[in-house]
Design a protein around this ligand. Structure first.
Ligand SMILES: [Zn+2]
Length: 294
């Protein structure tokens, strides 16, 4: 389902006018980048807001393999609303996919949120996402709403795998870790990739990794690796960057440059998967930057 402006307009036009004013203007902005600012007009407890907003989130879904479209909205600690949707990549392993819940949480993180208050999803989260969400330091109190049913994450996954993350050491609220580049970084994109790697969340393998995409109009999308204790639900840095691009108004603008920054000692690498995922989207070359801990 490629993004369909006509379908989006139909959803927007059915909204109550007060909601349309807030949501329609943001989504219609050429600089829209995947979230709505906190607004008293948007109350996700009310089906009049929630239903159309989850429908909008689903419009970002790219699911050419499953044709199963899922939308999510993460509410950041700031009160902002972050869209999320699943993405699948043709011709590469299914494990490269990102799920809507992951997409929304990553989107909140990439916009500077260091916590989320809750998550609204159009479908019950799969086991993979329940495991991934355990990386949040507020996992034990995180409310998850599916349509009008409310759960705590711990209702959905009562017996956890992996140690609980303490406040200040989870996904979203872990401190940045200083890294140095082995090469001289003479380009802004390279420095951005280093910065993305510094902020990546990799407590289980220490394989810090960041990814930057730039499109032909100069749009820049940052991606960070986000590990799961169970490994497989990990979000790759490249997928994280593609997720930010997909949630933006420039989702179809051609990619021009890619920069991948990764620590050198890593005993596993996302590079081959990143290459495969990118090959399904762009022929732009990928520059690699080797990092070490400062
Ligand atoms: Zn899932």
């Amino acid at each position: 389902m490629p993004f369909n402006q006509k379908r989006l307009n139909t959803i927007l036009n059915k909204m109550p006018s007060s909601l349309y004013e807030v949501v329609g203007n943001s989504l219609g902005d050429a600089n829209f980048n995947g979230y709505l600012k906190a607004s008293k007009t948007i109350t996700l407890e009310d089906a009049k807001s929630l239903k159309p907003l989850l429908e909008i989130a689903k419009q970002f879904s790219v699911a050419p393999i499953s044709n199963f479209h899922v939308g999510a909205i993460a509410v950041g600690d700031s009160g902002n609303f972050y869209f999320g949707a699943n993405m699948e990549f043709v011709g590469v392993p299914l494990s490269a996919s990102i799920h809507a819940e992951q997409s929304a949480v990553m989107n909140a993180w990439l916009h500077g949120e260091d916590g989320i208050q809750g998550l609204h999803v159009s479908e019950l989260p799969c086991g993979h996402c329940r495991q991934f969400l355990l990386e949040l330091s507020n996992a034990h109190t995180l409310p998850i709403a599916v349509a009008n049913k409310k759960y705590l994450l711990t209702d959905l996954i009562p017996h956890r795998f992996g140690a609980p993350r303490e406040a200040g050491e989870g996904l979203l609220d872990s401190p940045k870790q200083r890294l140095k580049s082995i090469q001289v970084l003479d380009k802004d994109l390279s420095r951005r990739a280093l910065n993305a790697a510094e902020q990546s969340y990799t407590p289980h393998t220490k394989n810090k990794q960041g990814f930057i995409l730039e499109d032909v109009n100069g749009g820049i999308y940052e991606g960070r690796a986000a590990e799961s204790a169970a490994f497989n639900p990990t979000v790759l840095a490249v997928t994280s960057a593609l997720n930010q691009r997909n949630l933006s108004a420039s989702r179809e603008v051609e990619i021009n440059s890619c920069v991948c920054a990764q620590v050198t000692f890593a005993n596993h690498s996302q590079s081959s998967m990143a290459k495969a995922v990118l090959n399904s989207i762009t022929s732009a070359p990928v520059e690699h930057i080797d990092l070490k801990f400062a």
